[in-house]
Write a protein that binds this ligand. Structure first.
Ligand code: GLU
Ligand code: ZN
Length: 491
């Protein structure tokens, strides 16, 4: 439904390479913003100097641009809540942390890790909840002074209300968390650095986010954030608690959660293999959502038109590479031939291509492209399919050679060469008849007869339609490659 008030955010931490789970989250937020006519906010959660990197930040920007997921507010775009990098907003968090303490919503905790561990173990042994026990909630001024005199460090903890927290998840329905399950939690480190637990909801509040759509792994932080939000509303920092929707887990091989470190999870792999952004997004949208019962392939604008968080499914989604490839292949077929020709170009150049730039022949490429378009799964497949046109000699692939060159292949090739020499090179049909006739002369069906010709000319046993390929390569080069193969067989 159109609702221009919708404000969603995508707020990754710039650590490591972007992965498919991250892209799915970005996509669902973006689709919801575009569907409702609302605002997409892109925020960088870079408060962990030890793990964040500028390289990863630049990669995030580049990845979103490649995918076509644009943002209305955020890095480079700017906006009314700038800056959108948390590392540039430290004063804001410091100020909020102080206000929370002054109002009694947060307090200093002086417990050492060892003390916390001992009490946790004792609570476990007694069968009691083992989260933080609230010990420092009620420290007197003297106790605090004594701890400080001892030189103890302290973190700031948020004081959770002693009552259950209930909210309606947009995906999972009503959920309740009891206080035992959500103990007081740290919001500022001993060194003064604010934690995710603070900066994420504070920025959602200040940036007036209306819908938080994120992975299920963050579900446990939601009751904490709701409690913090209530405190922020009391302080006048927040206006309203956003709605939350937790997107289902994505399962990988062996029904285990797809991990960031899983090679299949890396966005760059799909990009390098030549997935089309629209093919990849189409597939990723199906991880937790469906377009319709009988249609899996659709355009991004069709997705936007239909997408609603309310339709996201809570069940874990299974990542299926084969399906992703099949959908991508479909999107390749949908391109107009000019767009296809252009999309392939990176794979027709170094480092993918091993021919000299001058040997690339644009006319030959444009002639063969339509035959390739109906066959590729990913764009990177193009290199091996057309290299015979641009390399001085076909690739040397021993496996293909041994498979195609049988006893009698030399005789067949000699006949094929004769017939091809006499054929009409303006028509692939005539080239086919030449090879057919050569086969007949040696008691071979077309399939068997064309295999040695294909390997002699392209180096490979499989490839694009052979007779069109020969025609585009040209008579002279075709015949000289057959000669070279004959010489090799003779040797
Ligand atoms: N920076 C957090 C992450 O990447 C954002 C989580 C959220 O969406 O609240 O995990
Ligand atoms: Zn404590």
């Amino acid at each position: 439904m159109a609702n221009a008030n919708v404000r969603v955010r995508f707020c990754p931490s710039p650590t490591g390479n972007p992965h498919v789970g991250l892209v799915r989250t970005a996509l669902f937020n973006w689709a919801y913003a575009r569907h409702s006519g609302g605002t997409m906010v892109f925020r960088i959660e870079d408060t962990d100097a030890a793990r964040d990197s500028e390289e990863s930040y630049l990669q995030l920007l580049d990845s979103l641009r490649w995918l076509g997921l644009d943002w209305d507010e955020g890095p480079e775009a700017g906006g009314p809540h700038a800056p959108y990098r948390q590392s540039q907003r430290m004063d804001i968090y410091k100020d909020v942390a102080e206000k929370l303490q002054a109002a009694g919503h947060a307090y200093h905790c002086y417990c050492t890790p060892l003390e916390l561990e001992a009490r946790r173990d004792a609570a476990r042994a007694a069968g009691k909840p083992s989260g933080y026990d609230g010990k420092c909630r009620t420290l007197s001024a003297e106790q605090k002074a004594a701890y400080e005199a001892e030189g103890r460090e302290s973190i700031v903890r948020f004081k959770m209300p002693d009552e259950p927290i209930t909210f309606t998840d947009l995906v999972r329905g009503e959920l309740t968390f009891t206080p035992d399950n959500v103990p007081d939690y740290g919001i500022v480190r001993a060194n003064g650095a604010p934690l995710y637990t603070l900066v994420n909801p504070v920025d959602d509040a200040l940036m007036e986010i209306t819908h938080v759509l994120r992975g299920e792994d963050l579900l446990s932080s939601t009751p904490r954030q709701i409690a913090l939000y209530k405190a922020l509303i009391e302080l006048g920092v927040a206006q309203q608690i956003p709605a939350f929707g937790h997107l289902p887990y994505v399962m990988g091989e062996g029904n285990k959660k797809l991990s960031k470190r899983d090679p299949q999870a890396s966005l760059n792999i799909y990009r390098e293999r030549g997935f089309l952004p629209e093919g990849l997004l189409n597939y990723l949208s199906l991880l937790g959502w469906s377009f319709s019962a009988d249609q899996d392939v659709f355009s991004i604008s069709e997705m936007i038109e239909k997408f609603d968080v309310a339709d996201v499914n809570a069940n874990p989604a299974r990542f299926d590479l084969k399906k992703a490839e099949a959908i991508n292949a479909d999107h390749i077929r949908r391109l107009d031939v000019k767009a296809f020709t252009e999309a392939c170009e990176p794979w027709l150049q170094a480092p993918h291509a091993d021919w000299a730039p001058d040997d690339f022949d644009r006319a030959a490429w444009e002639a063969i492209a339509p035959y390739a378009q109906t066959r590729l799964t990913v764009l990177s497949d193009i290199t091996a399919n057309v290299d015979f046109l641009f390399r001085k000699e076909p690739v040397e692939d021993e496996a293909s050679w041994t498979k195609a060159m049988k006893e009698g292949s030399d005789a067949l090739l000699r006949t094929a060469r004769e017939k091809l020499e006499a054929a009409d090179w303006t028509s692939p049909e005539s080239l086919k008849e030449a090879v057919l006739a050569a086969g007949e002369a040696h008691g071979l069906k077309l399939g068997k007869a064309q295999a040695p010709v294909r390997v002699a000319v392209t180096g490979r046993t499989v490839g694009l339609p052979l007779f069109e390929s020969l025609q585009i390569l040209g008579k002279e080069r075709t015949l000289s490659r057959i000669d070279a193969a004959l010489a090799k067989l003779a040797a």
